[in-house]
Ligand binder design. Structure first.
Ligand SMILES: Nc1ncnc2c1ncn2[C@@H]1O[C@H](COP(=O)(O)OP(=O)(O)OP(=O)(O)O)[C@@H](O)[C@H]1O
Ligand SMILES: [Mg+2]
Length: 365
């Protein structure tokens, strides 16, 4: 009997996920399908422990779906749990397990695009995810999630007013753009900036989160410094284009996080704008910004290249229209961004296994 992976995936698309209202394929539970002659082995990974009933029913559902179409196949389903949680960060934001900053050297290389698609990707993998737009000078997140002009609610918690993050695409989101008018943000300086960062961290009603993604402005200014002084970052995802001027600046920015007194691990690198393929010639790649910068930066950081994102008009369009491209029905884009999210999870898991939790930096101004 000849059966291939895509046939099996089509069948498994009909098997409901036990944890969220999607199929196990859409919920990205399938990590491996191994077919050898009459035997099929499927490895499914869940982000929390399943009870015995859930385990039996998912086993049964996979086997009966496959045997319904291919009666002779010997189907083995392996269920694994990969914990959502690493180690709890000490101090503030106890309810948040991992805090990931998205940084770059140069501006305009795609940090906000990476932050928003990564956050939605993590959410789609089943992780509870939040997003802080820490680009106080040029907040893009309200536009990217269609939240322009919206104001967060204030609630009273033990006599103190707290800000309730807005909700979009299944994420809890906060941005300076929800709080001050855009033309006022540019005049924010040192202590005022630190105050707002603290407000975002300590005076928001963040729910329990597996991941909190922080979209940074470019470079290494007050905001980066304030962030590492305010929260223990799990790590940083660096964004660069392939070109030399971008990765040279990225190394400088990265070195701030790697200062012994700061000591925030670099989780990996996303290379953005890696190539351009005209829609009429999808197999043709034009390397407009050169080649290899992402891998070079990753090697320099002793970290992984988490993914390469081509230049695609739809990325810009979706960013402007309020819904990150990963949430569209563009299959190749979904795949690229979901892989980046999965690779980030793997890098965070590895970091949490191998390294001590980060401590906030105590720098006297
Ligand atoms: N791969 C891509 N293909 C096409 N357009 C892209 C791509 N990545 C980003 N863009 C577009 O380029 C512009 C800059 O991207 P983005 O805002 O994410 O960069 P940034 O690094 O956050 O910029 P800043 O430094 O100003 O915060 C946006 O209009 C975005 O939609
Ligand atoms: Mg940005």
């Amino acid at each position: 009997m000849k059966v291939d992976k895509s046939q099996l995936l089509d069948i498994l698309r009909l098997v409901p996920d036990p944890l969220i209202a999607q199929s196990i394929v859409e919920a990205h539970r399938i990590r491996e399908i191994d077919i050898s002659e009459e035997r099929v082995q499927i490895r499914l990974v869940f982000t929390q422990n399943l009870n015995q009933d859930q385990k039996s029913s998912i086993n049964f559902a996979c086997m009966s779906a496959i045997n319904g179409k291919f009666p002779g196949l010997d189907v083995h389903v392996h269920l694994e749990t990969q914990l959502r949680a690493g180690e709890k960060a000490p101090g503030i934001l106890q309810q948040v397990t991992n805090i990931i900053a998205v940084a770059s050297g140069k501006g305009g290389v795609g940090k906000s695009t990476v932050s928003s698609n990564l956050a939605v990707g993590l959410q789609r993998l089943g992780y509870r995810t939040g997003l802080i737009d820490a680009d106080f000078y040029g907040p893009s997140i309200p536009t990217m999630f269609g939240l322009e002009g919206q104001k967060p609610k204030l609630v009273d918690v033990h006599g103190k007013p707290k800000i309730v993050p807005l909700e979009a695409a299944g994420l809890s989101i906060i941005s300076i753009g929800f709080i001050v008018e855009p033309d006022q943000a540019v005049v924010l300086r040192g202590p005022r900036l630190a105050g707002i960062m603290k407000q975002f961290i300590e005076e928001c009603t963040w729910p329990e989160l597996d991941y909190l993604v922080v979209d940074l402005p470019p470079g290494t200014g007050d905001i980066q410094l304030t962030l590492v002084q305010t929260v223990p970052l799990t790590g940083v995802v660096m964004v660069t284009t392939p070109q030399k001027v971008a990765w040279i600046d990225a190394i400088k920015a990265m070195n701030m996080f790697r200062l012994p007194s700061v000591n925030v691990p670099i989780l990996g690198v996303v290379e953005n704008m890696s190539w351009f393929s005209p829609p009429e010639l999808p197999d043709q790649k034009y390397y407009l910004f050169g080649k290899g910068g992402g891998q070079y930066l990753a090697t320099e950081a002793d970290a992984k290249l988490l993914g390469q994102v081509p230049i695609v008009e739809a990325i810009r369009e979706s960013g402007d229209s309020g819904s990150p491209i990963i949430a569209s029905d563009n299959k190749s884009m979904q795949e690229i961004w979901m892989d980046i999210a999965k690779n980030t999870v793997a890098a965070v898991d590895m970091r949490n296994k191998m390294q001590e939790p980060t401590r906030t930096v105590d720098i006297k101004n």
